[in-house]
Design a protein around this ligand. Structure first.
Ligand code: COA
Ligand code: AMP
Length: 636
């Protein structure tokens, strides 16, 4: 019997042999002969001389081998009171026609297409249509504001934008078209066309470069899959870094398909024909990997859910979906269950549904905090599995492999490194940390297939962000430790990235927006603990000398500014005007200290602090604004 240990050892001792075997499990047009190569920075390149197409692997291949009538997508939209099922054949045919429509607009292999859509089947159709043409999609999350969209348009330089007329949230319809129009006013790059899916909840007014989705497909002819190299780009997905400019994480066709197939079988324990439900959004990496691509690559059915964990209509929504579609594995973020627990602490909603079909619950996006783990573990009869990953890796780095050799669960731990990931914890000197000693979590090269191949058009940033800190290792940006049994505990970011309701955001970027206000001299934005969202940002600002306006009004303006420039998902609800900020003598703001004060943790006053009395200002402002306090009171 294969054990986790033997599989893992094989994967790190002979990665090329290991991943050659896995590559043979997906259909290639030309199987790769060279499995592993390295670029000039020493970063792994997988399957460079193989030829395939991800759309073929996920759709056409299954239709050709007898899965044509099996549902590929169950779309469930409580916010619009709609449902739709698409079989593999229907999905393949609709993708082929939409690919023909994009080709008609001039989209060719290597061209970029920005997709700005909510959780509708057409979003998946657009993504697969790009893959079919060898074009590179870049999906932008619907909660981002026009400026964020513009930054991505300027970086990716898409030939075409594909969007919907609106998104639908719990109690509101969000017009998307004005956001696109505004983004195009802000961006230097202009696409040659926009395709708009008109939704009945709100039809968009069309402009000169706009094409109606429906009209376009009525006149389009289906096209076949274009053959691409294993290393050719499938998509760019922007993620928050430590600066205002997001990083365009690039993913390839070959490594991605092989890795996702491996993960579905070994991590998620999914067999072809079974139903997989990932309650995320296509705008995030979880959505890309485990709503759009992995389930279909494996021949499973994916549930596309346009709703929330609560309020659509209540806290039993997930249980309803699991029962209705006979879901075998369910995946969401811990924050979603904290929201459910808040509304339904005793899990009453579960009593209304028979979820005996469910085999495993998976959680990721942030650490599965032990209280949420225990709540779920008590409530459910299935394993509750935390697993750790990030946009850059595209699939889990550490997990409890349900399809290989399940291990006892330790609350707070993501269990063991996944085969292919040589995970190490290094101390500040770059030496291996001892068991239970926290350090910087890194991955020794070569990274396995499926991980980022670079940052779009910015090799220098790729090097400085990930490769420079510890030569030969990829820097994850997370801190953590291994315990004496080899279980990995990921404890949080070591940089300015924060995790708000499972959404990755940059406090550095928020600082840039707050600092751009005419009345602001200096500012800091820090992520503080929040019992629902995990973390939320809080801003502290020093007004410019001579500012004699209303500080309450300034605080409100800054909150509105961040919402306008970044989007509602930034969730910045508190900004505090202070007269001083704690700094080192060299002028660096002591952000960690600010976090500790807000979180009510004990802290020592660093010897490098310039003016210890500045702490009093900050503490007083936090007490006055009840920063963190209301939340702490809720947790008691
Ligand atoms: N399009 C437009 N706006 C969006 C949006 C979208 N796709 N998603 C969220 N927003 C808006 C919300 O409407 C809200 O606006 P508001 O300030 O006007 O109310 C704001 O962004 C903040 O959203 P969110 O942080 O999601 O808070 P919430 O209170 O609406 O919901 C949760 C809280 C926990 C229920 C929700 O965040 C959730 O389901 N999280 C799971 C996240 C997840 O799956 N992440 C993927 C990683 S696995
Ligand atoms: P994203 O790129 O949006 O997927 O966010 C990745 C970051 O989320 C990681 O670097 C971690 O900080 C955090 N994260 C995701 N999953 C986990 C987990 N299971 N445990 C701890 N942190 C996690």
């Amino acid at each position: 019997m294969r054990t986790y240990q033997t599989e893992y050892q094989r994967s790190v001792a002979q990665p090329d042999v290991f991943w050659a075997e896995q590559a043979s499990r997906i259909p290639w047009f030309t199987p790769p002969r060279v499995v592993l190569n390295h670029d000039d920075q020493g970063h792994a390149r997988w399957y460079g001389d193989g030829e395939l197409n991800t759309c073929y692997v996920a759709l056409d291949h299954h239709v050709e081998t007898g899965r044509g009538d099996q549902p590929a997508i169950f779309w469930d939209s409580p916010v619009t009171d709609a449902r739709r099922t698409l079989s593999y054949r229907e999905l393949r045919d609709q993708v082929a026609v939409f690919a023909g429509a994009l080709a008609g607009l001039g989209v060719e292999k290597g061209d970029r297409v920005v997709i700005y859509m909510p959780m509708v089947p057409e979003a998946l159709i657009a993504m697969y249509a790009c893959a079919r043409l060898g074009a590179v999609h870049s999906v932008v999350f619907g909660g981002f504001a026009a400026r964020e969209l513009a930054v991505r348009i300027d970086d990716a330089e898409p030939k075409v934008i594909v969007a919907a007329s609106c998104g639908v949230e719990v109690d509101k319809v969000l017009p998307y078209k004005p956001i696109i129009d505004q983004a195009l006013e802000l961006s230097a790059h202009q696409p040659s066309a926009c395709v708009i899916l008109q939704r009945e909840q709100l039809r968009a007014e069309m402009g000169v470069i706009d094409h109606d989705w429906q009209a376009l497909i009525e006149s389009a002819a289906p096209v076949d899959c274009v053959s691409v190299k294993g290393t050719d780009p499938l998509y760019i997905l922007y993620t928050s870094g430590t600066t205002g400019k997001p990083k365009g994480v690039m993913r390839d066709h070959g490594g991605h398909a092989v890795a996702l197939h491996y993960s579905m079988e070994h991590i998620y324990g999914m067999a072809p024909g079974e139903v997989f439900f990932s309650a995320s959004d296509i705008g995030w990496v979880v959505g890309h990997s485990y709503i759009v691509y992995a389930p279909l690559i494996r021949g499973c059915t994916t549930v596309v859910y346009e709703g929330k964990p609560v309020r659509t209509p209540d806290a039993s929504a997930f249980w309803r979906v699991i029962e209705e579609y006979q879901v075998r594995a369910f995946f969401t973020a811990p924050t979603a269950f904290r929201a459910i627990k808040k509304e339904d602490p005793d899990g009453q909603g579960l009593q209304k549904h028979d979820i005996s079909c469910l085999r495993t619950l998976f959680l990721a996006g942030e650490r599965l905090d032990p209280p949420t783990f225990h709540w779920l573990d008590d409530l459910l009869d299935v394993p509750v599995i935390d697993h750790w990953w990030q946009t850059e890796t595209g699939w889990p780095i550490a997990a409890n492999l349900q399809g290989l050799d399940p291990q006892p669960v330790k609350p707070g731990s993501a269990t063991f490194p996944v085969p292919g990931f040589d995970v190490q914890v290094l101390d500040t000197q770059g030496e291996p940390a001892t068991p239970d000693e926290q350090g910087s979590v890194v991955i020794r090269q070569p990274m396995p297939p499926g991980c980022l191949t670079g940052i779009w058009r910015d090799p220098q940033r790729f090097h400085s962000a990930y490769m420079a800190a510890y030569p030969g290792y990829y820097l994850t940006g997370d801190g953590g430790y291994f315990d004496a049994d080899g279980y990995l505990f990921i404890m949080g970011r070591t940089d300015d990235v924060i995790n708000v309701a499972g959404h990755r955001l940059s406090t550095g970027e928020m600082e840039e927006v707050v600092g751009s206000h005419a009345a602001v001299a200096e500012c800091a934005v820090v992520g503080i603990q929040n019992s629902l969202k995990g973390q939320v940002p809080v801003g502290l600002v020093i007004p410019k000398d001579g500012f004699d306006g209303d500080t309450d009004a300034l605080e409100r303006e800054l909150i509105a500014l961040v919402r306008e420039k970044i989007g509602a998902i930034a969730s910045l609800k508190q900004v505090l005007v202070v007269s001083r900020l704690p700094k080192t003598r060299s002028g660096k703001i002591l952000r960690k200290l600010l976090r500790s004060i807000a979180d009510g943790e004990e802290f020592g006053i660093p010897s490098t602090i310039d003016d210890p009395s500045s702490l009093q200002d900050v503490q007083e402002a936090m007490v006055e604004h009840q920063v963190g306090a209301a939340d702490r009171a809720r947790q008691v």
